[in-house]
Design a protein around this ligand. Structure first.
Ligand SMILES: Cc1cc2nc3c(=O)[nH]c(=O)nc-3n(C[C@H](O)[C@H](O)[C@H](O)COP(=O)(O)OP(=O)(O)OC[C@H]3O[C@@H](n4cnc5c(N)ncnc54)[C@H](O)[C@@H]3O)c2cc1C
Length: 618
C-alpha cells in the first residue's frame, strides 16, 4: 500500500503519526508513505530559520501534535509532549545536534520558556521536525517513509482508487492521498496589479499580501512614510519586522508599560483597516491545560442533539446562543469581582433563564457602565469626529484592552468572556459542518458578519504585541488612521486616509498589505489546486438557497464527516482527502494547530483520515 501526504505542515504530520499508529493495528502489507512539501518538514508557516521575533499566538504549553485521552477517535492514543514539555526536555539537545541557523536565539528562548510563553514560530517548526524524526526512527524498519521536498503539480485518477501524482517531471502511483495545503498565495487582483504597476512606475514599493516571514521588508527604507493595510495578526508581524527586527528596543517601565527606543532604521508607519482597530489581545492565560468553562447555551448536549435529529435553528438563534454564553461568563465574573454583595450562583441561575434582556441586570443593579456593549465593541470609535480625537480614542482603547487582558481569562470579566468565545469554537464548527443553520443564514449571519467580529474579538495576538503597539504610537513611530481605510494614488505617490476623517490625508511612498491572501481556491496560485479544478476532480463548495439560487464559495467541496474530496459531478473521490484551510467556508475556522486535552478537532480528523486511508476497500 502506497499513500501520499501532500503538505508537510502540522496536519499531515499528525496524519503520518496516525497512519503509523493504525498500521500497528492493521499491519498493511509493504506500507509506503510519501510526504511532499517544497518548504520542508513543518511547512511554510513554521520554517525554523525565519526571523526569531515572529511569535506564535498560541501558548507553548497549549500546542501539541500528539493524541490524548480526550480525543473521540477509534485509533490508539499515543501521548507525547506539548511544545513546552518537549522544549524543556529535549529541545536544547535537539537544536544543538541539528545545527540550526538561529540556534543561539532558540536556546536562549528555551532557557526562558514558561507556561505563560508564546513560542517563536521557528521553535514550533523545530518541534515538528523532531516529531517527524522520531516517527521515522521508530518506524522506518517496517514502513518505507519518504520525504520529497517538492511541489505536487497534479493528480490523475487511474483506476477506482489509484492515483498518479505529478512532481519534479516524474509521476508515481498511490492508493490514497491526503491534502493539507495551508493558506498559500492567490493570483494578483486587478487592484493589486494596478498598485504594483503604479509603484514600479514611480519607484515606490508595494508588497502584496503574503506570509510575513517571506515579505521583503528590507525594501522599505528607513524614515520613509509607509502604510500597513490591515490591523490583524499580520500587521503585528510587519510592525515588529520594521521596528524591533531593525534594532529598536522595548523597555519595561516600573508601571509595567513599555517604552520604545528607536534604532533610527524605522520607517514612519501609518496603519488602518476596515474596522480601524487592532484585534483584541488574548487574555493572560490562567487555565491549566485542558481546563474549559461549561457552555450553557450552545452546549455540547444541544449541538449533539441537533446533529442526531438533523434539526436546524435560525442564524439569529445561533448567534443568541453564542452571545449568551459569552455574556454569561462576563457577568458572572463581574458579579464575583465587583458586586460581592450578590450571590453569584443565584445571579448565574437568574441570568441563564433570561440572558438576552436587561431585566436580570436591572434587577441585580448592574451599573450601565459595567454592561457588555456589543455595539461599542463592534465600533469602538463611537461618534468621534476628528482625526486628532481619534488618536486619543485609540490610546484609551489600547490602554483598556491591555488592562483587561492582564486581568486574566479566569478572573477578568472581559478576558474570561473572550475565552468563552474561543471555547465555543468546537460547537460553532459543528453547527457549520453539520449545517444546523440554513445556507441563507450562514451566508448572512456568519460569513457576512460574525466571522469578522469573531476574528476581531477572539483571534488576537498576545498582550505583549498590544503593549508594543502602544509604545510605538507613543514614540511617534506608528500612527493608526482609523476605520474605513482608503488608499488612492496621486501624481507620484500613494495617499491614504480614513473615510471618517477625509480631511486628514497622508502621502506615503510604500504600501504593505499586512494580511494573508484570501483563502479562495478559485484564485489560488497553487498549481495542484488549479489542476484539480481544471480536471474536475475538485469543485468549489456551493450554498443552496430556498429560492433555488446558489452561491459559490472559495472552499473546496468535501464530505461532511470523512473529508473526502467531492468532484465536479458531486461524487466523492475514493480515498482522497482534503482538510484544513482549503476547506474554509465549508468548515469553520480551519487555520489553527492542535490544542492538547480538549478533544481537538484536528487530531480527531487526523485519526479519521488515517483510519480511512489504511482500511479503504472498494
Ligand atoms: C503567518 C501565520 C501565522 C500563524 N500562526 C499561528 C499560531 O500562532 N497558532 C496557530 O494555531 N495557528 C497559526 N497559524 C495557522 C496555521 O495555518 C496552522 O497553525 C497550521 O499551520 C495549519 O496546518 P496545515 O498543515 O493545515 O497547513 P500548513 O501548516 O500551512 O502547511 C501546508 C503545507 O502544504 C504545502 N503545500 C501546499 N501546496 C502544495 C503542493 N502542491 N505540493 C506540496 N506541498 C504543498 C505548503 O508548502 C505548506 O507547507 C498561522 C498561519 C500563518 C500563515
Amino acid at each position: 500500500m502506497k499513500l501520499a501526504l501532500i503538505g508537510a505542515g502540522p496536519r499531515n504530520l499528525m496524519a503520518l503519526e496516525r497512519l503509523l499508529a493504525w498500521n500497528k493495528r492493521v499491519s498493511a502489507p509493504n506500507l509506503e508513505i510519501h510526504l511532499f512539501d517544497p518548504a520542508g518538514i513543518a511547512g511554510r508557516v513554521w520554517r525554523p530559520d525565519q526571523p526569531h521575533e515572529l511569535l506564535m499566538n498560541s501558548l507553548a504549553a497549549k500546542i501539541t501534535l500528539f493524541t490524548d485521552h480526550t480525543i473521540e477517535m477509534e485509533g490508539p492514543v499515543i501521548p507525547g509532549p506539548t511544545l513546552l514539555e518537549w522544549a524543556r526536555r529535549s529541545g536544547t539537545t535537539f537544536i544543538k545536534e541539528n545545527n540550526y541557523k538561529k540556534a543561539n536565539y532558540l536556546l536562549n528562548e528555551i532557557a526562558h520558556l514558561t507556561p505563560e510563553s508564546y513560542a517563536s514560530r521557528g521553535l514550533f517548526g523545530i518541534y515538528q521536525e523532531w516529531f517527524y524524526q522520531q516517527l521515522y526512527a521508530q518506524n522506518s524498519k517496517t514502513v518505507h517513509i519518504v520525504f520529497h521536498k517538492t511541489t505536487v503539480t497534479g493528480i490523475k485518477r487511474l483506476t477506482h482508487h489509484t492515483y498518479e501524482l505529478r512532481f519534479d517531471d516524474a509521476a508515481e502511483t498511490f492508493d490514497g492521498v491526503s491534502l493539507a495545503l495551508g493558506e498559500g498565495m492567490s493570483q494578483l487582483s486587478t487592484h493589486e496589479r494596478d498598485l504594483t504597476q503604479f509603484a514600479h512606475a514611480h519607484h515606490l514599493t508595494y508588497l502584496r499580501t503574503g506570509y510575513p516571514a517571506e515579505q521583503d521588508f528590507d525594501k522599505i527604507p528607513a524614515h520613509s512614510h509607509i502604510l500597513l493595510r490591515g490591523l490583524g495578526l499580520n500587521f503585528m508581524d510587519a510592525m515588529i519586522m520594521l521596528t524591533q527586527h531593525r534594532g529598536g528596543r522595548f523597555y519595561r517601565n516600573s508601571d509595567d508599560t513599555l517604552t520604545y527606543q528607536a534604532s533610527g532604521e524605522e520607517p514612519k508607519i501609518f496603519a488602518g483597516s476596515g474596522r480601524g482597530f487592532p484585534y483584541h489581545a488574548r487574555g493572560f492565560d490562567q487555565k491549566v491545560v485542558g481546563e474549559t468553562r461549561p457552555l450553557y447555551f450552545l452546549s455540547n448536549q444541544l449541538v449533539a442533539h441537533m446533529i442526531r435529529h438533523q434539526e436546524q435553528m435560525s442564524g439569529q438563534e445561533f448567534l443568541n446562543y453564542i452571545y449568551s454564553d459569552v455574556a454569561c461568563t462576563y457577568y458572572t465574573k463581574l458579579v464575583a469581582q465587583k458586586y460581592t454583595g450578590i450571590s453569584f450562583h443565584e445571579f448565574e441561575q437568574a441570568f441563564q433563564k433570561d440572558p438576552l434582556s436587561d431585566h436580570v441586570l436591572d434587577s441585580y443593579g448592574i451599573a450601565k457602565d459595567d454592561r457588555l456593549n456589543w455595539d461599542q465593541l463592534a465600533h469602538p470609535e463611537g461618534n468621534v469626529k476628528t482625526a486628532d480625537d481619534f488618536k486619543q480614542v485609540m490610546l484609551a482603547y489600547l490602554e483598556q484592552d491591555i488592562a483587561e487582558a492582564k486581568r486574566g481569562n479566569k478572573t477578568g470579566p472581559f478576558a474570561s468572556a473572550m475565552d468563552t468565545l474561543r471555547e465555543l469554537r468546537t460547537n460553532i464548527r459543528k453547527v457549520i459542518t453539520y449545517k444546523l443553520i440554513s445556507d441563507e443564514d450562514y451566508a448572512k449571519d456568519i460569513l457576512g458578519g460574525f466571522n469578522s467580529f469573531n476574528s476581531f474579538l477572539a483571534v488576537g495576538p498576545p498582550i505583549l504585541r498590544l503593549e508594543q503597539l502602544l509604545a510605538l504610537i507613543k514614540a511617534g513611530v506608528v500612527e493608526i488612521l482609523g476605520p474605513k481605510l482608503q488608499l488612492a494614488t496621486e501624481q507620484t505617490h500613494f495617499v491614504t486616509y480614513s473615510e471618517l476623517f477625509p480631511e486628514y490625508k497622508v502621502p506615503v511612498t510604500d504600501v504593505i498589505e499586512a494580511r494573508l491572501a484570501s483563502i479562495d481556491i478559485r484564485i489560488s496560485k497553487n498549481p495542484l489546486i488549479q489542476d484539480l479544478l481544471k480536471t474536475g476532480m475538485a469543485r468549489p463548495y456551493e450554498l443552496h438557497f430556498k429560492d433555488g439560487s446558489t452561491e459559490q464559495l472559495g472552499a473546496m467541496d468535501v464530505t461532511t464527516e470523512t473529508a473526502e474530496l467531492i468532484d465536479n459531478d458531486g461524487t466523492p473521490v475514493p480515498n482522497v482527502y482534503v482538510w484544513g484551510i482549503t476547506t474554509e467556508g465549508r468548515h469553520w475556522l480551519t487555520n489553527g494547530s492542535p490544542i492538547p486535552s480538549v478533544n481537538d478537532v484536528r487530531l480527531r480528523m487526523a485519526d479519521t483520515i488515517a483510519n480511512q486511508m489504511m482500511t479503504y476497500s472498494e
